[in-house]
Design a protein around this ligand. Structure first.
Ligand SMILES: *[C@@H]1O[C@H](CO)[C@@H](O)[C@H](O)[C@H]1NC(C)=O
Ligand SMILES: *[C@@H]1O[C@H](CO)[C@@H](O)[C@H](O)[C@H]1NC(C)=O
Ligand SMILES: *[C@@H]1O[C@H](CO)[C@@H](O)[C@H](O)[C@H]1NC(C)=O
Ligand SMILES: *[C@@H]1O[C@H](CO)[C@@H](O)[C@H](O)[C@H]1NC(C)=O
Ligand SMILES: *[C@@H]1O[C@H](CO)[C@@H](O)[C@H](O)[C@H]1NC(C)=O
Ligand SMILES: [Zn+2]
Length: 661
């Protein structure tokens, strides 16, 4: 166990006025000396990372010191109780050059309103691509302004070089919580007198754990930094992909940490697959290869899928075997209205590297399994399950990946993409094994826009995909050697509190009377989604009727202004709030949404047109080799360490020629 209590107390005494507030000078750096990776960082033995040191000299504001920025700070590393060594000696690397910049920040909302930012001058250094090989505790000490110190306690986890799983499939239900799984079960599965006749595929997993999703410096996370925690074992800040966020303007100079995909490929030659229903440059797929402070650097993200980190030597990378999802606008260039790195045509660049390209469900089904495959099926996010299967007219709202502004009418779902990905990975990985990340991205996207039906449809599609995956792995004889994990990256404050009689609701004129349509406790009744109507989808555990009279009384904890009538949105994904005047960022109820429903005041700042993420722990379902690693309650980073352990990726020794034993 780590024993860092006494150090933490010393640190607390040094904390200045800037601590414990919601506006921070720099996350994870409450003092004026910053060390990244910061105090409490855990490492996989042999994992590459960068070190960033910053010394802050606040020019004005509550922390102003009147001091010149320190150009002579020093940094040492000690293993256990050993003697501290200069960082250059410790790693046998060259001294880094001194960098300087300045930045400004608001100390609180009053300073924001008064437009009085506090200005900070910075001196900094970065040491790139180092690794720690010996398990145990380390003390990293920055000494600045003469004798002030920032101490970072680092911990290298135990070695585990034995490989227990040949393959890992990591399913991520973006934004998925236990509450949503419960609601999806209710609408997708039939009960008789309180007993489910069928259950979710997730319900059949032998191991259930809970992971804590918070960020390094905030208790609510976004998908970039939570995915980075799951893939690297390092928590970071909102918007950061595979890096700790420093204070410089450059979104590409932040200190990087190596991801599970990069380590797995570098050490074992194992193959990597990436599948998502989002645009592919979105945070959850991006965090496997991208390293930037700013998740909206989509051109960079797509370039790293293909080339890895090219800005400086980081690691070998051959690109994923499969990359399936939406987001063609980050592959085709500006001639078609796209936005790519250096305006290159990435469809062309992938093809030149030997990828076969598929752009429809039909082509995906016909694709050869012995080739690396890029599948991009839409511009922007892919269509939702509900629109692909029930309200198919809405497919016309999806744009083709060709960039020609026609509709994408022939799109695969998560299931078709995942099964094909498994076939390609199984074929191409041979005895090296594979890592596949498959994301149901629009659980989150539809919860954001308060479109609960679409979100639950996406969740049921994820579950259907998991069911098909288990069956397929058994069929191709890969089930026993594959660890399957199902988790989320964060939650939304969603739950179901009863039912709504939509017919009665529509017949009332007064909001206070409309509320009688809500049935709680004994009046909640039973799910009308499965027990009545068509049986078309009952067999596959989807609702048979998405538009029953008695719907779910559901909602989120954090909202913009909106009007709820608790009925399915047949015309496509919901738009709950719109600007009161175009461009003013003051969101009010969308007059076209929730006809006949109850108008509800928002709780979020009026600049929000959507709901936001929440604090809840999220479930981790595990099945397969080393499943037992994933029971209990733990930190999000432990998902990374668990996967790394199953793959046997912790490496204790470096050979003379720089490769790893
Ligand atoms: C700090 O200085 C900057 C630039 O001179 C100024 O704009 C800002 O208002 C000052 N902030 C405070 C808190 O005094
Ligand atoms: C802070 O940095 C700015 C340039 O970034 C420089 O003009 C200024 O003199 C610096 N202030 C101090 C006190 O060093
Ligand atoms: C490399 O870094 C530079 C500047 O730091 C940036 O402009 C460029 O986009 C980066 N390259 C890629 C492929 O992301
Ligand atoms: C069942 O399906 C038929 C044909 O698709 C349709 O006309 C009917 O409205 C559906 N019934 C329910 C209750 O959804
Ligand atoms: C609910 O509102 C939608 C528009 O958002 C409308 O199409 C639908 O008919 C309404 N449902 C009821 C039961 O009033
Ligand atoms: Zn989200």
């Amino acid at each position: 166990m780590k024993c860092t209590g006494s150090i933490a107390i010393v640190g607390a005494l040094l904390v200045g006025a800037a601590s414990a507030q919601t506006f921070q000078r720099l996350g994870a750096c409450p003092t004026l000396g910053c060390v990244f990776p910061p105090d409490q960082a855990d490492f996989l033995a042999g994992q590459y990372f960068d070190i960033r040191l910053e010394v802050h000299a606040p020019i004005n504001g509550s922390e102003a010191t009147g001091k010149k920025p320190d150009e002579k700070f020093t940094f040492t590393i000690a293993k256990g109780k050993g003697k501290p060594k200069a960082v250059t000696d410790y790693f046998g690397i060259k001294e880094a050059k001194l960098e300087t910049w300045s930045f400004s920040w608001f100390e609180d909302l009053f300073a924001r309103d008064a437009k009085t930012p506090s200005v900070v001058n910075v001196t900094a250094k970065a040491y790139r691509r180092v690794a720690l090989y010996e398990p145990g505790e380390y003390t990293a000490t920055l000494t600045y302004n003469g004798k002030e110190k920032t101490v970072a306690n680092w911990f290298v986890r135990d070695l585990a070089e034995e490989r227990k799983a040949k393959n890992i499939i990591l399913f991520i239900g973006d934004g998925m919580t236990t509450n949503m799984i419960t609601a999806a079960r209710l609408i997708g599965h039939k009960t008789i007198n309180g007993k489910y006749q069928t259950k979710m595929a997730m319900d059949s997993f032998p191991i259930l754990g809970h992971q804590m999703t918070h960020s390094l410096d905030t208790f609510i996370t976004d998908s970039a930094n939570s995915a980075s925690a799951l893939y690297t074992g390092h928590k970071s800040s909102v918007n950061a992909l595979g890096v700790y966020g420093d204070s410089s303007k450059d979104p590409f100079d932040d200190p990087k940490v190596e991801t599970i995909a990069e380590i797995f490929y570098r050490l074992t030659g194992g193959k990597v697959g990436i599948v998502s229903t989002a645009f592919l440059a979105d945070a959850t797929p991006a965090a496997l290869t991208a390293h930037t402070r700013d998740r909206s650097q989509y051109g960079h993200v797509v370039d790293t899928f293909l080339n890895g980190i090219t800005n400086y030597t980081w690691t070998e990378w051959a690109g994923p075997e499969v990359l399936f999802g939406g987001g063609a606008e980050n592959f085709y260039n500006s001639k078609l209205g796209g936005k790519t790195y250096k305006d290159q045509d990435y469809f062309d660049l992938f093809a030149k590297k030997g990828y076969q390209l598929v752009t429809s469900k039909t082509q995906l089904a016909a694709a050869k399994t012995d080739k690396k495959t890029l599948g991009v099926f839409t511009t922007s996010n892919m269509a939702k399950w509900l629109d692909r299967n029930i309200y198919q007219d809405n497919l016309k709202l999806s744009l083709s990946p060709s960039g020609d502004k026609t509709s994408a009418l022939d799109q695969p779902g998560l299931k078709e993409m995942t099964i094909k990905a498994i076939d390609i990975l199984a074929k191409r990985s041979g005895d090296k094994g594979f890592f596949l990340m498959s994301e149901a991205a629009s659980i989150d996207k539809m919860m954001h826009v308060l479109d609960y039906d679409r979100a639950l449809g996406e969740l049921l599609e994820l579950d259907d995909t998991i069911k098909a995956t288990i069956a397929h792995l058994k069929k191709i004889n890969k089930f026993k050697e594959t660890l399957i994990l199902v988790t989320a990256d964060h939650g939304h404050g969603f739950d179901v509190m009863g039912s709504v009689d939509t017919k009665y609701l529509a017949a009332q004129n007064v909001d206070r009377k409309k509320r009688d349509a809500v049935g709680t406790y004994q009046n909640s009744g039973l799910s009308q989604y499965v027990n009545t109507g068509n049986l078309t989808y009952t067999d596959s555990n989807f609702p048979s009727n998405w538009d029953p009279r008695y719907t779910l009384f559901d909602g989120l904890m954090a909202d913009p202004d909106r009007r709820e009538n608790w009925s399915v949105h047949k015309d496509g994904p919901r738009v709950p709030a719109v600007e009161s005047v175009k461009g003013n960022k003051d969101y009010v109820v969308n007059p076209e949404d929730g006809e006949g429903g109850i108008t509800l005041g928002g709780t979020l700042p009026v600049s929000n047109d959507q709901g936001v993420h929440s604090l809840t722990d999220v479930p981790v379902f595990a099945m397969g080799p080393c499943q037992e690693k994933f029971g209990g309650t733990y930190n999000s980073i432990d998902v990374f360490f668990g996967m790394a352990e199953c793959f046997g990726l912790a490496r204790g020794k470096k050979s003379a020629h720089g490769r790893f034993l």
